[in-house]
Design a protein around this ligand. Structure first.
Ligand code: MG
Length: 213
């Protein structure tokens, strides 16, 4: 499979929602280390919005589905994750505007635009123990694979692996951003909840494609 169509994109998001919802309690436990323990329920609400957008969407257009998902997730309160993910998907929509299918290059461009949208929303830097520590390697791996001519499924696999490694790496980091910063060195040893959610989302993107391939 060398292009992603509307239905493939919809399956990617259904996969992401399933992947996150399965780990909702784990995400809240991670957040209880340095935060207020609500990350799992916040992400569950965000993924509920995603599923609703996918099921109710009628345009069959990639950009408008991404935009609808983005705006729905943007409005989810409970920390920064809703606005950050929302901006990511809206930025992806802008990149995919007018396209009926995404080839590898277009997919890479869309995810790079999504990452740029996240960067514009936060002052966090790589290594601060945030979702960026999973998102940056995921997008880099996806782009490298897609531009090397690998299939969409292979690119998403590479992204999922890189996101998981990035989330795992956050265990070694001390939080330097957000509420978890307050616990200092005690944040070392457990993964960042946002980075873990990114890993789950990319794993779900990959499964959403490959389970139906
Ligand atoms: Mg929280």
């Amino acid at each position: 499979m060398n292009t992603l169509d509307y239905h493939g994109l919809a399956r990617m998001f259904e996969g992401a929602a399933a992947s996150v919802l399965e780990k909702q309690d784990y995400l809240s436990r991670l957040d209880s280390v340095g935060g207020d323990g609500d990350h799992g329920t916040t992400m569950a609400r965000a993924m509920g919005k995603v599923l609703h957008a996918v099921k109710s969407h009628e345009s069959q257009k990639i950009a408008t589905l991404l935009q609808e998902i983005g705006w729905a997730v943007m409005g989810v309160d409970g920390g920064a994750i809703g606005p950050l993910l929302g901006m990511m998907f809206i930025s992806m929509a802008e990149s995919a505007e007018g396209l009926d299918v995404l080839d590898g290059e277009a997919l890479a461009c869309a995810f790079e635009a999504g990452l740029a949208g996240v960067h514009a929303q936060t002052k966090a830097q790589p290594g601060d123990k945030t979702l960026l520590d999973a998102l940056i390697p995921a997008v880099e791996a996806l782009s490298a694979s897609a531009r090397a001519g690998e299939s969409i499924a292979a690119a998403l696999y590479c992204a999922a692996e890189a996101a998981e490694a990035g989330a795992e790496f956050t265990k070694t980091l001390q939080a330097r951003f957000g509420r978890a910063r307050n616990i200092g060195e005690q944040s070392i040893g457990s993964a960042d909840p946002g980075a873990t959610s990114i890993a789950l989302i990319f794993k779900g993107f990959m499964k959403g494609i490959t389970d139906h391939a």
